[in-house]
Design a protein around this ligand. Structure first.
Ligand SMILES: O=C(O)[C@@H](O)C(=O)COP(=O)(O)O
Ligand SMILES: [Zn+2]
Length: 210
């Protein structure tokens, strides 16, 4: 896909997330890797009303080269995209159930959502590291997120929300949606003797689809 098509897709998927309640107000931000840099949602923009032409463009050195002022979370996105060379996009949301889990889990935990269903394992993977609280936009979060992202497709920011990567923008959005539904399921089943997938079943999924 060329850059104009990616800009259109970003606006379309942002609107889709917004319309289905995965993002409210001006919460969340999205980045996409390009051959010559990155696209990023502008700061204080609503994912539901992105103008493709005004989406921020950053150069390969992450400097702002076009469009509106980028999200204040450039460091968050840079942390993931530099740790995961195969990742083409990053989606950060404040989706309700994942954020709730991020308020319950201890920083340092790596599996705050149990492997209840195959699709969670297939989309998000074995681990979802919980990163300690940082003030939104704090550049200090970059090294923690970078380190955790070397071995995890997604991380959960304590008391803030999920940060999810994917090979493509569509993959990252699908994984963010799956993470939210799995968080919802985990909270629905909290305190019950729900059966989880076994380690062997998780291994089998990752070997087959990972
Ligand atoms: O939580 C925050 O403030 C940010 O992480 C966020 O979600 C929106 O910030 P901008 O992308 O700068 O609008
Ligand atoms: Zn945020």
């Amino acid at each position: 896909m060329d850059e104009p098509a990616i800009r259109e897709q970003l606006a379309m998927l942002g609107a889709s997330l917004f319309q289905r309640g995965y993002s409210v107000g001006t919460a969340g931000n999205i980045s996409v890797r390009l051959p010559d840099g990155y696209l990023m949602t502008p700061t204080n923009s609503c994912l539901g009303r992105l103008d493709p032409a005004r989406i921020s463009k950053l150069g390969s050195d992450w400097s702002h080269v076009g469009g509106d002022k980028p999200s204040k979370e450039v460091f968050m996105h840079r942390a993931v995209l530099t740790a995961r060379p195969d990742a083409g996009a990053v989606v950060h949301l404040h989706s309700t159930y994942a954020t709730a889990i991020g308020c319950l889990a201890e920083p340092g935990e790596t599996a705050p959502i149990p492997p209840l269903t195959p699709y969670f394992v297939m989309r998000v993977g074995r681990s979802l590291p919980v990163i300690r609280y940082y003030r939104p936009g704090d550049a200090a979060m970059e090294s923690d997120i970078h380190e955790a992202s070397r071995t995890a497709k997604a991380v959960l920011l304590a008391n803030h929300g999920p940060v999810v990567s994917g090979k493509t923008l569509a993959d990252a959005v699908a994984a963010a949606e799956e993470l939210e539904e799995s968080a919802r399921l985990a909270l629905l089943l909290r305190g019950t003797p729900a059966r989880t997938l076994t380690p062997a079943q998780v291994d089998d999924l990752l070997e087959t689809f990972g």
